[in-house]
Write a protein that binds this ligand. Structure first.
Ligand code: PLP
Length: 416
């Protein structure tokens, strides 16, 4: 039976819902209404954010807007803490913390005790670069497209402890997963202690076969660390299935959650071999090194209880929309965007094959040395100069189809 929901009423309704901080309840109802087309559904999702209709959030893949309901929750709970900072009042957040950890863990195929809620990907990567024991001459294999926190961070570690960092370069368009795995495998030897790579590059947008690389590393007894900053919230994740030893990500990217919250996953059994970076007091955990799981990396002192609680709400919203649905939408939009850029004369740096890329993309224009990457596009305002390099990350699943025309035009202007 057809319902009488119209696009206008949906958007009106969505605005009201977002203001009331209860985005979670409406989306599934709408998703099941037969009269609602896919575009109408995504319009509704898009209206869970406060950025103006004329704007396309682009910022070189590092920060994205939070769902309004999430931002409202942070504000609301911050007031609750500021109203009464007593331990008694704050005790209510202990349950919320456990609840958030469980929701996040379940969504990414991990056990709750394998997840440390940290500040961001940078902090999570630092636990790995600083926490593993090395001896002089040990080797570290990384992808040359890793983010600085998983790239130069290793050079600093190597200088301090006499290690060798081996960087693997890949062709712009690898032939297949096997070629990628082979190139990494060739770089590993019996001195290699860790293989550390970004799953989806913030430089080129190329996506690596994390599961196959983890299997190769495991076969050689090498720790496998995956930087998932561009994966969490954009792809369906199952960390047990991927089989990596550790994984890092930030909530303020594709997950569209609270700022300054991130995750460090450490596979059960691996935590005892990793030293914590920060030894803080949490009220409950006093002897950090006795902990045999990822909670050992979460003794970070006083936390922003409100942001951590709101992370659980973000997980609820993702569950309601559905990670599969989000991934499919991102793939569909990224493909259309790449096609549009090509039609405008751009050369794609990011592979067109959806299996070898995520939502982030990078392209160049003829006779231009700079890669296209703007910080913010609006139809009316002047565009800033693009940074010298990098990948852009339009949160493609939340923008509407017509917006692409503006984006393509804007892209062309960025390239001139
Ligand atoms: C692949 C990758 N790793 C790590 C980071 C660092 O993330 P954060 O600044 O949230 O710590 C980024 C940021 O854009 C990134 O793209």
């Amino acid at each position: 039976m057809q319902t009488s929901i119209t696009r206008r009423s949906l958007i009106h309704c969505a605005g009201a819902v977002a203001l009331a901080s209860t985005a979670a309840g409406l989306l599934p109802k709408v998703a099941h209404a037969e009269a609602v087309s896919s575009d109408m559904y995504w319009d509704l999702v898009r209206h869970q954010f406060i950025f103006p209709d004329t704007a396309i959030p682009m910022n070189s893949a590092n920060l994205c807007p939070a769902f309004q309901a999430v931002a409202d929750k942070v504000a609301e709970l911050s007031r609750l803490v500021d109203y009464d900072v007593s331990l008694n009042n704050r005790a209510q957040f202990n349950d919320t913390l456990a609840d958030t950890r469980s929701k996040v863990a379940q969504q990414i195929g991990a056990a709750p005790e394998e997840i440390a809620l940290v500040r961001n990907t940078s902090e999570a990567n630092s636990v790995i670069t600083n926490g593993l024991d090395f001896k002089e001459g040990d080797e570290i294999v990384i992808w040359d497209q890793n983010h600085v926190t998983n790239n130069e961070a290793w050079d600093i570690r190597a200088r301090r402890f006499g290690l060798k960092v081996v960087r693997v370069s890949l062709p712009r368009l690898p032939e297949n997963d096997e070629q990628i795995v082979e190139l990494f495998a060739k770089a590993c030897n019996d001195r290699t202690k860790i293989l550390s790579f970004t799953e989806c590059s913030n430089v080129s947008g190329l996506k690596l076969p994390a599961k196959k690389l983890a299997a190769m590393a495991r076969g050689k007894g090498i720790h496998c660390h995956v930087d998932g900053a561009q994966s969490w919230g954009a792809s369906v994740l199952n960390l047990h299935d991927i089989g990596c030893d550790s994984f890092s990500a930030s909530s303020h990217k594709w997950f569209m959650g609270p700022k300054e919250v991130g995750i460090l996953y450490v596979r059960n059994g691996r935590a005892p071999e990793i030293w914590p970076n920060t030894i803080g007091y949490t009220g409950e955990i006093k002897v950090e090194l006795d902990l045999q799981n990822a909670l050992k990396f979460e003794t970070l002192g006083q936390r922003d209880d409100a942001a951590i609680a709101a992370l659980g709400d973000t997980a609820d919203i993702h569950t309601q929309i559905g990670p599969q649905r989000i991934e499919a939408r991102i793939k569909e939009h990224a493909s259309r965007l790449k096609q549009g850029l090509k039609e405008l004369g751009a050369t794609l740096v990011t592979p067109e094959d959806p299996a070898m890329s995520g939502g982030s993309w990078s392209s160049t224009f003829p006779n231009k040395t700079r890669k296209l990457s703007s910080t913010r596009c609006t139809r009316s305002s002047a565009l800033p100069r693009p940074p010298a390099a990098g990948c852009d990350c339009v949160r493609t699943f939340i923008i509407r189809r017509p917006t692409y025309r503006g984006l393509w035009r804007a892209s062309l202007r960025c390239g001139t």
